[in-house]
Design a protein around this ligand. Structure first.
Ligand code: ATP
Length: 265
């Protein structure tokens, strides 16, 4: 079994596809996407038959030219964009059958720019559990902040007192308070300086190692993807055209993917 069978692939790229038999080891993928297509209102194809198995506990990097459909793909995994029935599965269950609030708790998402709610950092971290009628203790809040590489002194601060990088880590702690199984990261560091970027990357890798969280990260930085991802999907024109290991990107063969990688590195 291969990680990806891309909808319109003629098979010529198969030898480049990552074989995940060992990684899946007979288990259901955490996320299974089958023939996911999206047509825009004007009739153009945004996603073309995307098909992918994402094993539990892996970090999947998604890169490709602007407008190729990366964000649309990511958003289809937690129904920010509603995928057709029987195209996206979480632990084998069609996500269109999962209550959307429950789904977004299980599949958390971070965006390029963090948006914090009014109140303190602690209020933000408590937000999700509060919705479920659960009050996090101070200690639990500190633990979540620490997971996102923030010390306890941040708990009483408000959003206005934070840098963008710190706010992004608070947004991450808030997401983690929901105990997600999957994290979707849409260019989470593109507004951050190199040090904040490194902090977030460290946390992403730590969450995989310590909590087995499955992560899908869209980034414009190939270096970032090479630093954090286990597997890289190259998206061109709404299609996953190649799936490679991070240290094999130079072996990409799809003409547009090759050109994109050459111009980006
Ligand atoms: N709601 C929408 N309605 C119509 N077209 C859309 C919508 N959302 C996205 N698109 C189009 O779908 C295509 C893919 O957009 P998407 O944002 O997924 O690409 P992307 O690869 O994430 O781009 P970028 O790297 O610039 O963020 C683009 O042509 C975009 O204009």
């Amino acid at each position: 079994m291969t990680l990806v069978l891309s909808g319109e692939s003629d098979g010529s790229l198969r030898e480049h596809l990552v074989d995940v038999d060992d990684l899946l080891s007979g288990q259901e993928p955490k996320i299974r996407v089958r023939d996911l297509t999206r047509v825009s209102d004007d009739g153009s194809l945004i996603l073309r038959g995307v098909t992918i198995d994402i094993p539990k506990g892996m970090i999947i990097g998604v890169i490709g030219p602007s407008g190729s459909g990366k964000s649309t793909f990511l958003r289809s995994l937690n129904r920010l964009w509603e995928p057709p029935e029987t195209t996206v599965f979480l632990n084998g269950e069609d996500i269109t059958n999962i209550d959307v609030i429950t789904l977004r708790r299980r599949v958390g998402m971070l965006f390029q720019l963090p948006v914090l709610f009014q109140g303190t950092v602690a209020d933000n971290v408590r937000y999700g559990p509060n919705l479920r009628g659960e009050k996090l203790t101070e200690e639990a809040v500190y633990k979540l902040l620490s997971l996102a590489d923030l010390d306890a002194s941040f708990a009483k601060k408000t959003g206005a007192e934070l840098s963008v990088g710190q706010a992004q880590r608070v947004a991450l702690a808030r997401t983690l308070a929901n105990e997600p199984e999957v994290l979707l990261l849409d260019e989470p560091t593109s507004a951050l300086d190199p040090i904040s970027t490194e902090n977030i990357e460290d946390v992403i890798v730590k969450l995989k190692k310590q909590r087995g969280i499955t992560t899908v990260i869209v980034s414009h930085s190939i270096k970032q993807i090479q630093r954090v991802a286990d597997i890289v999907c190259l998206v061109v024109d709404g299609e996953i055209v190649e799936v490679l290991k991070p240290d094999e990107l130079s072996q990409a063969r799809h003409p547009m993917a090759k050109r994109f990688l050459q111009l980006s590195s």
